[in-house]
Design a protein around this ligand. Structure first.
Ligand SMILES: C[S@@+](CC[C@H](N)C(=O)[O-])C[C@H]1O[C@@H](n2cnc3c(N)ncnc32)[C@H](O)[C@@H]1O
Length: 416
């Protein structure tokens, strides 16, 4: 007898949150068929019976439907934002503390290793941070622990990090031991009600490119779980298509364009004003100020009160926030047009920085560099522009230049 694919789809929805439509019912059908073949079963009802009695077989079916797609420094802006906020906010607020990071799901390890490489590259001593990495796929975790990677894991032009952190072997590039040891890989299902219940909370969580595969109930419980695991004042990174979901769950963009970084909306702020916000361990003001010009931009409506000279024309802050949001949502052309409009009002470091990001995201590295430099000309201490320029120099293979810029970013971070 043939059991409808919908029954298997519903089992996968219950166990791992999978929305069948995200990969298609035919993908589920072919996973079931291939497992039946391995189990030497021709009758899908018999296979269904096996699934009811064998957790190991459920795991095998999960292994057959997961999408393990990942690569090093995927959505690179997230890593620069992490470094920027870590240096600008976390380090000053936690002298001598230990930074806790989580990569969930980590798939075959590229994401948690990228976090570790970014931390080491930024000069954070090994002992000061810890990266936990979790996935439902035991096979992916085994590959992650082995740490040997082929060319699919190194995408784009910027693979200079490979020379520093990998050793070539006959099977592929092996991550060096000092990076491998920093990551603790764990098996877990994000939808398990007891998921990581014994773990301390994390400063930064990367939960990217998995929520899109979940149905709505699973998305809701996953976001509640992430909220539980995130430290007060912590930051959560999601994938480009997952921003909307976070915003509908009480999170607000941390305003790092193209980083898809979020923090909890400061509820206390709404209730009792500024003092409550500043009492949060990492104040949203501090996070925002990291990407805002040091010279405050003034809303036109406030000008008479603040006695701004009439000729001091600046792009309104609201409009720059909107541009950041457009870039965050991947609406790059629109964001670029708005930047050009803003420049016609007045040149500003933040607009130049945004233009650098957008050019970088479009792969126009020469233009990106020019705009970061323009931002730094107007505001030599623009931390994010320095960090992005450093990453860009790495992409171009200029490691000495990148190192100098990282040092400059450290000096600026220490002052800020
Ligand atoms: C597309 S990868 C994302 C990897 C990485 N975060 C990234 O953005 O490159 C999706 C991963 O989600 C994992 N996954 C799917 N459902 C899960 C669940 N319920 N709990 C934990 N991991 C899950 C899969 O095993 C797969 O490795």
């Amino acid at each position: 007898m043939t059991l409808p694919n919908a029954d298997f789809a519903s089992l996968l929805r219950r166990t791992m949150g999978l929305d069948a439509m995200s990969i298609g019912l035919s993908a589920i059908e072919s996973a079931v068929k291939s497992r039946m073949k391995v189990c030497e079963l021709k009758d899908s009802e018999k296979y269904w019976g096996l699934l009811q009695n064998s957790e190991a077989e459920v795991q095998e079916l999960i292994e057959a439907v997961i999408v393990p797609e990942t690569w090093f420094f995927r959505e690179r802006e997230a890593f620069s934002a992490l470094i920027s906020v870590m240096k600008g906010t976390w380090l000053p607020a936690n002298p001598g503390g230990k930074l806790r990071l989580l990569s969930l799901p980590c798939s075959t390890g590229e994401e948690p290793y990228s976090i570790t490489m970014a931390m080491l590259e930024a000069g954070l001593p090994e002992g000061l941070f810890q990266v936990d990495a979790v996935d439902i796929s035991t096979r992916s975790l085994a590959r992650a622990r082995r740490g040997i990677y082929g060319k699919n894991s190194f995408r784009g032009q910027n693979i200079a990090f490979r020379d520093r952190f990998f050793e070539p072997t006959e099977q592929g590039f092996r991550i060096i031991e000092s990076v491998r040891q920093k990551v603790c890989f764990l098996h877990g299902n994000m939808l398990d009600p007891q998921f990581m219940s014994e773990k301390a909370v994390y400063d930064y969580i990367f939960c990217r490119n998995v929520l899109i595969y979940f149905d709505q109930d699973a998305q809701d419980s996953a976001v509640r779980m992430l909220d539980r695991l995130l430290k007060p004042g912590g930051m959560l990174f999601v994938g480009p298509s997952e921003s909307g979901l976070l915003m509908s769950h009480g999170f607000a963009s941390a305003q790092f364009p193209l980083a898809f970084a979020f923090h909890r909306k400061p509820v206390a702020q709404k209730k009792s004003g500024k003092a409550a916000v500043d009492s949060l361990p990492i104040s949203p003001h501090k996070i925002r100020s990291a990407i805002r010009p040091t010279v405050p931009l003034v809303r036109p409506a406030q000008q008479p009160q603040l006695k701004v000279a009439p000729q001091a024309k600046v792009a309104p802050q609201d409009s720059l926030d909107e541009i950041s949001q457009l870039a965050d949502q991947g609406r790059l052309q629109e964001a670029m047009r708005r930047c050009e409009d803003a420049l016609r009002v007045a040149p500003s470091a933040r607009v130049f920085y945004l233009m650098g990001l957008i050019h970088g995201a479009n792969g126009n590295l020469t233009e990106a560099e020019q705009y970061y430099r323009k931002a730094l000309y107007l505001e030599p201490g623009h931390h994010e522009a320095i960090i992005h320029l450093a990453f860009l120099k790495e992409q171009q293979g200029d490691l000495a230049g990148a190192r100098q810029l990282h040092q400059r970013a450290r000096r600026v971070g220490a002052r800020g």
